[in-house]
Write a protein that binds this ligand. Structure first.
Ligand SMILES: Cc1cc2nc3c(=O)[nH]c(=O)nc-3n(C[C@H](O)[C@H](O)[C@H](O)COP(=O)(O)O)c2cc1C
Length: 217
């Protein structure tokens, strides 16, 4: 059992999503110091785009791969080992152009792999893909410059971040998703300060509740 923390903000020290992932992991560690924490910073070290050669290697059975194909899969294998070890994944996901950052989308392209995280069988009819892994929890910690992206909000239909991350994560074995967001970053007004305060309270409560629920006893 491990907690996998993934950050993807390009704003370094000023990042609100990093503030949330820091807060979540600190609260978690206070309750579960026994649990291993794995950290991936996709802004500091972004994955390369997948290529035709990469796809070809991914679709070649492991036993048939040559040295070049094995080398092409090395980073993906590393990412995948981290996902497989994780029972909880905590993702800092800034909203960029109404979706997730390109580096995070690229990470998904590297880790959602046929035969490793999903199986494909046309015998299943119109829904041939099935996840292989299961039982993982995902916490999406997001930040938006604008506001109103929650269900029912004034920009709810422009939120292509939460649904996309959730849909992709199913193929990593995620079956429970929690989402907390800071809004109004670009306004920098009282609404933003209130949003930061509320998100931090929510993060503390969620980390405490999940750490207690996942205690092995
Ligand atoms: C490239 C880029 C694109 C952005 N696109 C959006 C957007 O589509 N909608 C929005 O509400 N905010 C947008 N923002 C603002 C960020 O979501 C906001 O700054 C947020 O705080 C980023 O998270 P961070 O503080 O962890 O970096 C964008 C920021 C950048 C740098």
């Amino acid at each position: 059992m491990a907690l996998l923390r993934i950050d993807s903000s390009l704003r370094g020290e000023r990042s609100l999503t990093r503030q949330l992932t820091d807060r979540f992991t600190s609260a978690w560690h206070a309750q579960r110091p026994d649990m291993k924490m794995i950290e991936r910073d996709l802004a500091v070290a972004p994955p390369p785009l997948v290529t035709p050669e990469w796809i070809s290697a991914a679709f070649t059975p492991e036993t048939d791969r040559n040295d070049t194909a094995r080398a092409l899969m090395a980073l993906s294998d590393e990412y995948l080992a981290e996902v497989e070890r994780a029972s909880i994944i905590v993702m800092g996901v800034p909203m960029y152009n109404y979706g997730m950052p390109a580096a995070l989308k690229c990470w998904f392209d590297h880790v959602i792999r046929i035969g490793r995280t999903f199986s494909f069988d046309l015998g299943r009819g119109d829904f041939p893909l099935e996840p292989i892994l299961a039982g993982k929890i995902l916490v999406i910690l997001s930040a938006h410059g604008e506001f109103g992206f929650a269900p029912g909000g004034v920009r709810a239909t422009m939120n292509h971040l939460t649904g996309h991350v959730q849909t992709c994560s199913r193929y990593l074995g995620v079956d429970t998703v929690h989402s907390i967001a800071i809004e109004y970053q670009e306004f920098g007004d009282d609404r933003h300060l209130a949003s930061v305060g509320a998100a931090l309270v929510e993060v503390d409560a969620l980390a405490a509740a999940l750490a207690a629920a996942m205690r092995p006893d």
